[in-house]
Design a protein around this ligand. Structure first.
Ligand code: ADP
Length: 399
């Protein structure tokens, strides 16, 4: 096995997603998902080449989950510990003020990641657990943290600052951090390649529409605004998250509905958005309900599109002159109805979507605007794992 391979780990609260990536060739050799860690009905699904193996058993904790993953690789003839991988790349949700780039993990960095748990209590403890487990299992392999916030670290002050008491904000690290940065950076880089343009000369809007959703405005490869804030709750309407709401709703619910802060947090993160309005959070199910004439589903779709268009409008003004608007992630890559509705009626801004191109299913990056359009509209599949693997390899093998 070549030591230029990178094991990419995305460790969630009860799951571990992983891929063994060839960053140079640009593809994954194997990957899988460990689910329901800590529950009695744990599950591992591992795919290598054409073969998928499943295991159902109790998986005590993240270390046990990762050990099982290593066993899967060994069974498939890829002994990670013995043959060695060049690096392990960890997706870390929050880099706070401290981390603005991929970082080699040592004890100090790990301690900082633990300190950042207060900013993302749902994600960071799991990220740290993944790192600790991987360090224990592969003690001689360099481990690299790739932060979801890093691409937005240098947002202009006006875009990153909340208009609240400045001293309080400073004390508590309250600012707009932005998330999905690895995806926004990767996709905007791919757009420049697809268009054959120098990224330095491109103004772009990237719409990452998955379960979580965020938009960014990028000028010359540098993010100048994004929709997510201190946490990944702000901005667009998402599968289960409300996105922007009047902040007073939080206190109002506490006083009027007797909900405590955890209950409101849970409501806005897990039971709002498309799910809160329609009962389903998957856009495939939403589309079926809309076709059947379900009024709640139609409203959910309309609210989603309304918010999306509001930010597209905002970023057109922020950038002044936009060369490319790109859809990515599960919904953005696969749902032509969302793409068409998001950009309908914008011909006056030089923005149009070719119906046939939009409706053609494909896994490759493509332009869906008509030939000669002033603004290029694209669909570009994201690949956060590849971006993490490349970032990790760049750090451990510069040049
Ligand atoms: P995550 O934020 O979890 O990484 P993804 O980017 O994988 O999410 O997006 C998952 C979402 O993509 C699903 O919940 C679903 O709404 C949407 N999706 C996936 N496939 C399709 C499809 N063919 N048509 C419409 N939506 C889709």
């Amino acid at each position: 096995m070549s030591a230029t391979l990178v094991l990419v780990i995305n460790s969630g609260s009860s799951s571990i997603k992983y891929q063994l990536v060839d960053p140079v060739g640009g593809h994954a050799l194997a990957g899988g998902l460990v689910e329901r860690i800590g529950e009695h009905d744990g599950r591992l699904s591992h795919t290598s080449g054409e073969q998928t193996v499943e295991h159902l058993r109790r998986i005590e904790n993240h270390t046990a989950g990762l050990r099982l993953v290593f066993d899967m690789f060994a069974e498939a003839g890829q002994d990670l510990a013995a043959a060695g991988v060049g690096a392990v790349g960890h997706r870390v949700v929050h880099g706070g003020e401290e981390f603005s780039a991929p970082t080699l993990i040592d004890d100090d960095v790990l301690a900082s990641i633990h300190r950042l748990c207060t900013l993302a209590p749902l994600h960071m403890p799991a990220n740290a657990a993944g790192i600790e487990s991987a360090r224990a299992l592969l003690p001689t392999v360099p481990q690299v943290a790739v932060f979801d916030t890093a691409f937005f670290h240098e947002l202009p002050a006006a875009a990153r600052t909340y208009a609240i008491d400045a001293k309080l904000a400073r004390e508590h690290g309250i600012r707009r951090y932005g998330f999905h940065g690895t995806s926004h950076e990767y996709v905007s880089g791919r757009v420049a390649e697809v268009l054959g343009r120098d990224p330095a000369g491109l103004n772009q809007i990237v719409l990452h529409l998955g379960n979580g959703a965020s938009a960014s405005a990028i000028r010359g490869g540098q993010a100048v605004d994004t929709t997510m804030g201190l946490t990944p709750l702000e901005g667009l309407v998402m599968g289960t998250r409300s996105g922007d709401i009047d902040p007073a709703i939080f206190g109002f619910l506490q006083r009027s509905a007797g909900m405590d802060s955890d209950a409101v947090d849970d409501l806005l993160n897990r039971n709002s958005g498309i799910k809160g309005l329609s009962g389903v959070n998957d856009f495939r199910e939403l589309g079926t309900l809309v076709e059947r004439g379900d009024a709640a589903a139609k409203l959910a779709f309309d609210v989603y599109i309304h918010r999306l268009r509001r930010y597209i409008g905002a970023y057109l003004v922020t950038l002044g002159n936009v060369h490319a608007i790109t859809f990515t992630a599960g919904v953005g890559e696969n749902d032509p109805a969302v793409r068409a509705a998001a950009l309908a009626g914008l011909e006056g801004f030089g923005i149009a979507v070719d119906e046939q191109r939009n409706n053609t299913r494909s896994k490759v990056p493509r332009v869906i605007s008509p030939d000669g359009s002033p603004v290029q509209v694209l669909v570009v599949p994201t690949n956060e794992e590849l971006a993490i693997a490349r970032a990790a390899l760049r750090l451990v093998r510069p040049g």
